[in-house]
Design a protein around this ligand. Sequence first.
Ligand code: 5GP
Ligand code: MN
Length: 319
Amino acid sequence: MKKIGEILSEEIRSIAIAGHINPDGDCIGSCTALYGYLKKACPAAREIDLYLETVPHELRFLKGVDEAKSSVPENKVYDLVIVCDVSSYERIAVAIPLFDLAKKTVSIDHHISNANFAEINHVEPDASSCAEVLTGLFDPDLIDEKIAESLYTGIINDSGVFQYQNTSPDTMRKAAFLMEKGIDFSRIIEDSFNKKTFAQNRVLGYVLMKAELAFGGQCIVSSLTTEEMDRCGVTRQDLDGIVSRMRFTEGVEVAVFAYETDENVFKLSLRSKERVNVSDVAAHFGGGGHVRAAGCTIAGSAGEVLDKMADVLKGYLSL
Ligand code: 5GP
Ligand code: MN
């Protein structure tokens, strides 16, 4: 696909847009951008709906978020369902019934582990973010300031404000183009990326205090149980960014952060610096993601899941 217009036609009267489970800034930025864009680019569509499971407080400023639905109607058949930033079928989560019934399905993504589960799969694994992919697929003239805000938010979220290795000259060119649409980029970075609540900063400190080094300092690991989250007054939505901070530790190649999502079930977030393909590591446990940022879910106590991860990781590190 060169432009999004290729998948649109006169026959498409109803469109649903959906993201992934526990949506992040790229997912929400991409979905709201596409929502705003299709309203302009596809006047034949009488019905355009946006489905997002939850929206964290710091992303509620994005245009379209207020209209997003968090649950799906039964037996609803859309002419077109587009999923953004979703690497695998299961991760469509709440919108799976819509995807199953849709007349046409499209996936727009940037995960190297993408399973090509839709009818049309547009995956650019070298792009920093799904929002970067969408910026290239949109007609530049139809991108207004609000759409540009959403796209820029997605790009800075997944590129760590242009500091992770997934940032390319093309990422910068697209961001420059979005800046020219008049967005208040420094406010977006401050409010949606830098700003943390007191509780979020305290839990970051707590996780860093608990962290340990493994494999001669090549790996940093830490964990958080539900009980500890309760004590810190946070939920899983407050934990974004912690694993990236762990990775900043000198000498570390891989950072592993495990947090409890159900009794004795942990979500693991993985980040690497230069060598280890963590998407590959996560795939050992049915997860996936990107070369430098990935995740998976493992059952067991905090100690057990970290041991299971260490067993796999040791094959990827120089010992
Ligand atoms: P995070 O650690 O921030 O939750 O996720 C990092 C990256 O890995 C994201 O791009 C996310 O989509 C992907 N990811 C996280 N958890 C999973 C998982 O359980 N399965 C798959 N396929 N991807 C995941
Ligand atoms: Mn993404």
